[in-house]
Design a protein around this ligand. Structure first.
Ligand SMILES: [Zn+2]
Length: 272
């Protein structure tokens, strides 16, 4: 009997590990079946004006994703912020826009969302022109870490949602980074769907990224914020903001890139 014990333990562990994804999916399906509170719907309608224009099936999907998201992620208030349903739903609704119509594991690396009342300060070490290290304080509205955290300014998160056509949305920006970080460090190349082609993604993205770099260097106006020219990861996050917020202009001015993003995000916000 004692000889068999390690085999029984080993088998139990294997069975547990194999059934884990199914158990998780089962749990999520049960969460999705729970009634969506009326107060939550009111928060979305108040904070996310274009929700009402979204097709009904996407509205339903979004609400179900929000339920799973708030059940699984921890929200932590910083500098006096008290976490409320309004904060959770407003953030979750924007973050889950990026998950519609796709097979999703709900930002699996992300555990905690830290909420600051407004822009927060970060101390950063930077190399000066003369080679010396300098400490600089920078103000940020959001940040995405690759070890389980997203940091957001509540003021900027609200602002990003209530102005849906200005092309700036800090929540979409930081969660695009989270998608990009699912397969390693953010580099502008998230895991693509089976029907997408990495080569054509890379060709289109690098062509457009270089174009933005040239425009930023020469101060030529662009639909995309110059911040996207910092590196390919920022480019992906910046174009994701514009994809959801200025879709019509995006599709007209950068059709190839727009097509790559409709292939990736599996939605076409032009119709919202
Ligand atoms: Zn960024």
């Amino acid at each position: 009997m004692i000889v068999l014990l390690p085999i029984v333990i080993g088998l139990s562990i294997i069975i547990y590990l194999m059934s884990k994804p199914y158990l998780l999916e089962h749990k999520r399906n049960n969460i999705k079946k729970l009634p969506f509170k009326k107060e939550w719907r009111k928060i979305i309608q108040k904070r996310m004006p274009y929700f009402k224009q979204m097709p009904t099936d996407l509205q339903l999907q979004l609400k179900q994703h929000i339920q799973v998201f708030i059940a699984e992620k921890e929200f932590v208030g910083c500098n006096g912020v008290e976490i409320t349903d309004e904060i959770k739903i407003t953030i979750a609704a924007q973050a889950c826009l990026l998950l519609l119509n796709r097979k999703t594991n709900y930002y699996p690396k992300l555990k905690t969302i830290l909420i600051y009342p407004g822009a927060f300060t970060k101390v950063q070490n930077q190399q000066a022109v003369d080679g010396t290290q300098q400490t600089k304080r920078i103000n940020l509205s959001g940040e995405s870490w690759d070890f389980g955290k997203v940091v957001l300014s509540w003021q900027d998160s609200v602002h990003g949602a209530e102005l849906p056509h200005d092309g700036h949305n800090v929540v979409i920006h930081e969660f695009a980074h989270q998608l990009d970080q699912e397969n390693g460090r953010a580099n502008g190349a998230p895991t693509l769907g089976k029907e997408q082609n990495y080569q054509s993604w890379s060709d289109t993205f690098s062509k457009q990224f270089k174009l933005l770099q040239r425009q930023a260097a020469a101060n030529i106006p662009s639909l995309f914020d110059y911040y996207g020219a910092t590196n390919p990861a920022e480019f992906f996050a910046v174009v994701s903001e514009v994809f959801f917020e200025k879709s019509e202009q995006f599709a007209k001015e950068h059709p190839e890139l727009y097509q790559q993003l409709t292939g990736y995000y599996k939605v076409d916000p032009i119709h919202w």
